[in-house]
Design a protein around this ligand. Structure first.
Ligand SMILES: [Zn+2]
Length: 179
């Protein structure tokens, strides 16, 4: 199933600060602060249709998904009844963080956010063998949107080693040329 939020907008009922949706350099659209947001404040609640584990699995197969895991059973699908928080892009250097409070997903500011700044959250996807490439452009970008675990770290190192093995190094070329 593939559902694309075609005309994303902010539902002001769930936002504690004025926010606006604009085109983003990172991915399609992004959510931007219109006013200064102090650190450690509730910025917006992530809302959406509450769906079960089986339904989450079914919907998770599309290219664009707006799924947010609430607990071991429930997931919110921001494509339906989303507050606009589902449009917030991933970054390896986020300025908001998701906190689960009494069954609600609340995006809190990690630091002071300036007017015009894009809101960014670390998706911290669970790594199950598939990597989602990250293009956030942050200096500390880890290259993937999954949460780093020992297994993911190993797989990333192995993938890099396999790539390097395919590219002949200058030293190896010199050696074969003189042999
Ligand atoms: Zn990144």
């Amino acid at each position: 199933m593939e559902t694309l939020v075609s005309r994303p907008r902010i539902n002001l009922k769930f936002a504690d600060f004025p926010l606006v949706i604009r085109k983003s350099k990172i991915h399609r659209y992004g959510v931007y602060a219109q006013e200064r947001i102090p650190a450690n404040r509730k910025v917006i609640e992530y809302t959406g249709e509450r769906i079960s584990r089986a339904e989450t699995k079914r919907r998770g197969e599309g290219e664009y998904t707006y799924l947010f895991t609430l607990d071991h059973y429930w997931t919110l699908d921001g494509a339906f009844g989303g507050s606009g928080a589902e449009i917030i892009n991933h970054s390896c250097e986020p300025n908001v963080v998701a906190r689960i409070m009494k069954g609600h997903i609340i995006y809190m500011s990690l630091r002071e956010i300036q007017p015009g700044e894009e809101l960014l959250v670390d998706y911290n996807f669970t790594y199950t063998g598939d990597k989602s490439r990250c293009a956030c452009g942050a200096r500390s970008c880890r290259g993937v949107m999954e949460k780093l675990t020992p297994k993911l770290t190993r797989d990333l190192i192995n993938a890099r080693a396999a790539r390097d093995a395919k590219t002949p190094r200058a030293a190896q070329k010199t050696k074969s040329a003189t042999a």
